[in-house]
Design a protein around this ligand. Structure first.
Ligand code: PLP
Length: 285
């Protein structure tokens, strides 16, 4: 496997960043994960728009021009012969003597890009069974709109779900509303068939898959509403699912000790999943 690290393509097994990288010391960095499907990077322009926003919110410079970043993403996909899988990009504030203050202006951001194949069959099998999720108290900072590598709360929430037999954690805020998953956005379908997902203005990361699914929902003329929903409402929903670049639309069949709907993946989630790759803004690698 090949990785890209600060200007060089290197063996993945030997790829390394400096011990004084601010990503390592302060989680002072941001990232994106894009799906690779049929040799194409799905929704790359939207992912790079969001990367630019995350960088700008933290006053980190682009590590190189946006077209150069696009080129490297495609190269890493190509050099790893990834047909279906994921490509990961991480940008940090760079390497500098440990100090909370931003480093001097001459310190360049660090960039790392990796890619790996995944098995669509394995993800599809999981989608056919559906996943269990477990609720978890919202304990993250308010700037979850920035896709930072500071993911310790997400790590702990997801691990807790895993130890109870689940695949995802759903954060529940002080008002009793579901915000989002540890690495996914959360959706329900009400008993009268309306899709509900929380508005992206607060409490969640604006998922690229979420946006693409909303486009699809509109194209298909499905009934939907962007509004907060409570954990209680989710327990009582006809369907639930999560969205992310890593799993498109993944049906949820259990939340905590409650079976959702009839305990099988719902028809809306299943249909959105099937239609997804016909609707996204694909870019040829
Ligand atoms: N919410 C969180 C906290 C995430 O970490 C992610 C993806 O990693 C998402 C939502 C889904 O975002 P996307 O659809 O862009 O993958």
């Amino acid at each position: 496997r090949i990785a890209y690290v600060n200007g060089q393509y290197v063996q993945h097994s030997e790829a390394a960043v400096h011990i004084e990288d601010r990503g390592y010391q302060f989680a002072d960095g941001v990232y994106e994960v894009c799906e690779v499907w049929n040799n194409q990077i799905v929704d790359m322009p939207r992912h790079l728009d969001r990367l630019g926003r995350s960088l700008s919110e933290l006053s980190i410079d682009w590590p190189m021009s946006r077209p150069a970043v696009e080129f490297v993403l495609r190269q890493v996909v190509r050099r790893n012969k990834v047909r279906n899988g994921l490509v990961y990009i991480q940008v940090t504030r760079g390497v500098s003597k440990r100090d909370h203050f931003f480093p001097p202006a001459n310190v360049a951001p660090s960039i790392v890009v990796t890619a790996r194949s995944s098995s669509p069959a394995a993800v599809n099998a999981q989608a056919e069974a559906g996943i269990s999720v477990f609720s978890y108290p919202e304990n993250r900072w308010p700037r979850v709109d920035i896709k930072t590598v500071a993911l310790l709360p997400n790590v702990l929430a997801k691990q807790s779900a895993k130890e109870r037999g689940g695949k995802e954690a759903w954060y529940v805020d002080a008002d009793g509303n579901v915000t989002e998953g540890g690495s996914t956005n959360a959706w329900i379908v009400t008993k009268d068939g309306k899709l509900i997902t929380r508005p992206a203005e607060s409490g969640i990361l604006r998922g690229i898959t979420r946006t693409a699914i909303l486009d699809l929902v509109e194209r298909e003329g499905l009934s939907f509403e962007e509004r907060p929903f409570s954990l209680e409402e989710a327990y009582d929903a006809k369907e639930a699912f999560v969205t992310a670049a890593t799993n498109i639309a993944m049906p949820v069949v259990r939340i905590d000790d409650k079976v959702i709907g009839n305990g099988h993946p719902g028809s809306v989630a299943t249909r959105l999943r099937e239609l997804f790759h016909t609707a996204t803004d694909l870019k040829v690698v």
